[in-house]
Structures are given as structure tokens and as C-alpha cells.
Design a protein around this ligand. Structure first.
Ligand SMILES: CCCCCCCCCCCC/C=C/CC(=O)SCCNC(=O)CCNC(=O)[C@H](O)C(C)(C)COP(=O)(O)OP(=O)(O)OC[C@H]1O[C@@H](n2cnc3c(N)ncnc32)[C@H](O)[C@@H]1OP(=O)(O)O
Length: 289
């Protein structure tokens, strides 16, 4: 079996030491917000998001994620699992501070990094799975729906809630959502900015399974990835591509236009105002806790 040696990781205290002796993780100074480990026995890579308190996706985290995804594919990992080091948040979605009163060059790099990360994940040749061990609003849901399989822990929420913040979920956010949820359910939910509870998400097919612990979630993801063990990886990748190529090509061809639409929307004074109020509300809530 191909033993994977090139991995990125950071040492951080919030993740308990794995007892699995076959998991290899090397430290690289550039990885600040992610841990990337590959199990030498199964060949499955795990990418753990670790940007406390809520894994909000800023430019650096998005860039690290993309690098890990590339590494997993280059090293021919058997599959990739995405999870979080937090006990309550998978990811709170895009870092609102990147979009609120932004700096011109940084916000452009930020959106470009999001596009790149999504294309890498959505178009990944290897099987991908999300172990959703906490809330997954907006960009969190985007990451989950880009994967091929989702398992979630109870009593959390997931969905595209952009309209509630006064922003619009871009077309590629919606198309990935539509892959897993019937059109009518999707239209209603996304226009309402609905966040589904775990049970509701399971009911509409937004998540495939519900389990009680993170360990069980990882095991389910491993099981999903293991289900391809007798399938030719090349044939699998090309077949997956047939399902996903349209959205990937669309975004690839429209990247600049998508960026300009994003900038045009978030720079509108009414959108900035709505985002400011939303952020204020989050901060007040956080102080009360
Ligand atoms: C014509 C049509 C054209 C269409 C074109 C479209 C163009 C594009 C438009 C733009 C699209 C932009 C897309 C955006 C997608 C997103 O992902 S936006 C982000 C959405 N995220 C959320 O709404 C989640 C907000 N957070 C929460 O609900 C909660 O934090 C939580 C449930 C995730 C966790 O709760 P809890 O554990 O109780 O933590 P808190 O106390 O709430 O938070 C702690 C701390 O974190 C800050 N924070 C939370 N979320 C974010 C975030 N997303 N970004 C930045 N910061 C965040 C929060 O303020 C607290 O901070 P302090 O400790 O008070 O400093």
C-alpha cells in the first residue's frame, strides 16, 4: 500500500492526542489553523479545522484548506474527511470581519481563495466526507455540501442563512445544496435563510446520517470512503466528474465576474449596515453567555 508521508499539521492543545499509532502528522510552520493527518493504515486523510472560537473562514484558513486538499490528492490518499476541533461549531462560515469594512486587496484575495478552495473540494478526485460535529451555517454548509457524504451530531444547525444577514448566497453555493436537497425544499429554505436542526437536515437529506459522537462520525466517514475499496479510483473520479463538471466549469469561466458581483454586493452601504448590525448582535449574544 502507498504510505503517505507528506502531511501538514499544527500541534494544538484543543485536539486530544489520537491513540491511533498509525496516524502520521508532521508539523509545518505554515499551518496555523488546520491539522492534516493521514492514517498510514487506511490511507485516509483527515483535515481538522482549528481556528477558535468558531472556525470562521478567513483568507489564511481558506488557503490552508486548499493546500491540504491538494496534498491529499497529490499523495493519492484513499479519501478525505473534514471535521472540526471544536465541540460545538463545525465552522461558522465565512469570517464576517473579512467582508465588513474590508480592505480592497485583501477582500479580493479572500473571495478568490474561497473560490479556489471550493473548486478543489467540489472537484476532488478522491472520496470526500464531512464529519459535522457542530453548527454549520452558510459557508459551513457550503463545505459540507461540497463533500460526497455528510454525517452530523445531534442538536446542531446547518443551512444557507445568507438572506438573514442581508447577503445573497451565490449560485455555486446554491447548486451544491441542490445536489443533496430537492429543489422545492432548497428554494424555500434558502430564501428564508433557514437553518435546519440536525434532525430536520437528516429528514430532508441534507445530511446522510446522524450519530452521537465525533468518533462515530469519523468511523461513518471511513466506512463511506471504504465503500469504494473495490472500485477503480480512475473510473470513480471520472464518473464523479461527470456529475460535477458543469458547476466547476461555470465558476472557472466566470471567476472574475463572480468576484466583481461579490464586491459590488458587499460594498453596498445597505449590505455593510446589515452586516454591522448582525455582527453587533453576535457580539452582544457572545458577551451574555
Ligand atoms: C443578482 C444576484 C447576485 C448574487 C450574487 C451573490 C454575491 C455574493 C454575496 C456575498 C455572499 C457572501 C456569503 C457568505 C456566506 C457566509 O458564510 S456568511 C457567515 C454566516 N455565518 C453565520 O451567520 C454564523 C454566525 N455565527 C453564529 O451563529 C454563532 O457564532 C455559532 C452558532 C456559529 C456559534 O455560536 P457560539 O458558540 O455561541 O459562539 P458565539 O458566541 O456566537 O461567537 C463567538 C465569537 O465568534 C464571532 N463570530 C461568530 N461567527 C462569526 C463569523 N461568521 N464571522 C466572524 N466572527 C464570528 C462572534 O461574534 C463572537 O465574537 P466575540 O467573542 O464576541 O468577539
Amino acid at each position: 500500500m502507498n504510505i503517505i508521508r507528506t502531511v501538514r499539521s499544527v500541534a494544538f492543545s484543543s485536539i486530544p492526542n489520537r491513540t491511533l499509532s498509525t496516524t502520521r502528522s508532521l508539523s509545518t510552520p505554515s499551518a496555523q489553523y488546520t491539522a492534516f493527518e493521514v492514517n498510514d493504515k487506511t490511507g485516509i486523510a483527515t483535515l481538522t479545522l482549528n481556528r477558535p472560537p468558531v472556525n470562521s473562514l478567513n483568507l489564511e484558513l481558506l488557503t490552508e484548506m486548499r493546500n491540504c486538499l491538494k496534498d491529499a490528492e497529490t499523495n493519492k490518499c484513499k479519501g478525505l474527511i473534514i471535521t472540526s476541533s471544536s465541540n460545538s461549531v463545525f465552522t461558522a462560515g465565512l469570517d464576517l470581519l473579512e467582508m465588513y469594512q474590508p480592505q480592497d486587496e485583501r477582500v479580493k484575495s479572500f473571495w478568490t481563495a474561497l473560490q479556489s478552495m471550493w473548486m478543489e473540494l467540489y472537484g476532488s478526485k478522491i472520496p470526500t466526507a464531512a464529519a459535522i460535529n457542530g453548527h454549520a451555517p452558510a459557508g459551513g454548509c457550503l463545505i459540507a455540501t461540497a463533500c460526497e457524504y455528510r454525517v452530523m451530531l445531534p442538536n446542531f444547525t446547518i443551512g444557507l442563512n445568507e438572506t438573514l444577514i442581508g447577503i445573497v448566497a451565490p449560485k455555486w453555493f446554491v447548486s451544491a445544496f441542490l445536489n443533496v436537497v430537492p429543489r422545492r425544499v432548497a428554494e424555500q429554505a434558502i430564501t428564508q435563510g433557514k437553518l435546519f436542526t440536525t434532525a430536520e437536515a437528516h429528514n430532508v437529506g441534507l445530511v446522510d446520517d446522524v450519530v452521537n459522537t465525533k468518533e462515530e462520525a469519523i468511523a461513518k466517514c471511513e466506512q463511506f470512503i471504504g465503500s469504494f475499496k473495490n472500485v477503480n479510483p480512475y473510473a470513480r473520479a471520472l464518473t464523479k466528474q461527470q456529475f460535477r463538471i458543469k458547476e466547476l466549469q461555470e465558476l472557472e469561466q466566470q471567476r472574475e465576474k463572480d468576484l466583481q458581483i461579490f464586491l459590488g454586493l458587499i460594498m453596498q452601504p445597505s449590505v455593510q449596515k446589515a452586516m454591522g448590525i448582525y455582527l453587533e448582535g453576535l457580539k452582544k449574544k457572545s458577551k451574555k453567555q
